[in-house]
Design a protein around this ligand. Sequence first.
Ligand SMILES: *Cc1c(COP(=O)(O)O)cnc(C)c1O
Length: 363
Amino acid sequence: MARATTATIHLDALRHNLGVIRQHAPRSRVMAVVKADGYGHGLERVARTLRDADAFGVAALSDVERIRALGLSQPVLLLSGFDASEDLARLRRLRADAVIHHPDQIEMLAQAESGAPIRCWLKVDTGMHRLGFAPTLVRAAHARLSGLPAVADGIVLMSHFASSDEFADGRAGGAQTRAQLRVFAEATAGLSGPRSLANSAGVLGWPDAHGDWVRPGGALYGISVVPGRPGAGFGLRPAMTLSARLIAVNRIARGERIGYGASWECPEDMPVGVAAVGYGDGYPRQVPAGTPVLVNGRPARTAGRVSMDLTTLDLRGQPDARPGDPVVLWGPGLPVETVAEAAGTIGYEPVCSITRRVRFVED
Ligand SMILES: *Cc1c(COP(=O)(O)O)cnc(C)c1O
């Protein structure tokens, strides 16, 4: 039997999730964030499916190239901006928008050769302290940019949240996000131009932050970063199923130990399944024994450590399982957020980590 480890991408779910986001933010335009190869779902596949998005957000000029090669003409924003003046010609040729977060970029624009003006998104550091101009420097940066021939009219004012997954009604009360909203309002008061703040969690939990453009990534793929509340809790549908097959089912005696490190002991005579999937496919090695999987659509759990090509399963609840039976590692019915939490990470990481030997199919 050929290795059947497969990532199935649910195109309908992508379209559905874009619709859910539009319902949440009806007055905003939607930038579909497709960085990291469409969060591991395949950039071309996602961009083609979401061709109705008002814009795309990416992390690299090569991603803009790939989107333009599909014939898509809406704005594409380089979320980290450009970092070398050589990039400006390519940026113009591809009609890419650029985030401006640092004075060096303004200098490069000031010295740019004449050519088509570039749409700029001026980034304000409202408290995340990753990228952006300090609030006190925003007015001067805006004024300088506005006067440059290389800069298109209508500079967008933007920021990014550090903790928008804590909602205002949550335990932590969303103080960080409220503070960031206040800082943004003060730093940009009186400046003209569209506003953009909200990532997925901002779309789902912070209506005050929607502004003119929302920038969801994870939510498009059906993934939530809100603790204890997977995407389905917001009406989102998972856009990826990771599946494999059982290639063995063995009866192992009570007291025997399973897998590397002999870390898991059979509490009784029991069937142990072996699924043809491991960390070499992108299934996280960090998941502990007992992490849920679906075998024939029914719940089972991992037993022992995940290895590179194989994962062992406790099949006590499924005495009839046979080699060839399907195993779902995540997908509809088993949120990737649950698996990610077991691995000590967020749902974004496993979907971005699928390796090249996994077969991608669309449905
Ligand atoms: C990645 C990114 C987003 C999307 O974040 P999600 O949490 O996936 O919705 C939005 N804005 C910027 C600047 C980003 O880098």
